[in-house]
Design a protein around this ligand. Sequence first.
Ligand code: MG
Ligand code: MG
Length: 267
Amino acid sequence: MIVYKSAEQIELIRQSCLLVSKTLAHVVSLLKPGVTGKELDIEAETLIRDNGAIPGFKGYNDFPATLCISKNDAVVHGIPNESEFKEGDIASIDCGVFMNGFFGDAAYTFALKEIPDETLKLLQRTKASLYKGIEQAIVGRRLGDISYAIQESTSGQYGYGVVRELVGHGVGENLHEAPEVPNYGKKGKGIRLQEGMVIAIEPMINLGTRKVKQSKDGWTVVTGDKKPSAHYEHTVAIGKDSADILSDHAPLELEIDKNDYLREILI
Ligand code: MG
Ligand code: MG
């Protein structure tokens, strides 16, 4: 069942999303070779709690951390650990918070200099596909229009693998609500989008095969062929003329710009 949100509730979700953006920006300011995921996770949890909020992922189905850090061939749900970031790594960092009764959720894939051109293109095109999906997140369109836009701009033109086992989702009082938002689908199909719907759109796109596997840690999802994977996510409210993007990648992109160790992902 889809839970429709009032304008006031959407503002509360926005506050949670903006804390996610602030947290990711802080994490990015620290991201460089030699830093561990575990260190970033502690920083993120401290910042979230200092802002009167609760990490949204920690304890969710027993997930043990504040951030999901998924490096290189990891698609999503990577557990922050003691391994150090090194030059040439890419990493999806996904963060959720719970504040004032509502969740916020956003993710971004970062690249430590230098990465192969084909990996850079994967990141740029995955990020672009997120915005292609968001363009369809308007009243009167169908859920399948979002899915199709993402699929068409990644697998269609470029032959990337669109992950099917994991999907976007509604966001509200629960981290994962109806509807599911797949990154593949048919134009004009699925439920009609209406005001009051808040969804996380999150393309997970692989350079090679779309097939994924679960790691032994029980969480990390990795590509079937060990090739890299990219993941970008915004939480958005369906709008009349355009979607209202509740999370904000601008603060973290500003930090990327200031960080000499990171590659900008310009689209
Ligand atoms: Mg997320
Ligand atoms: Mg999500």
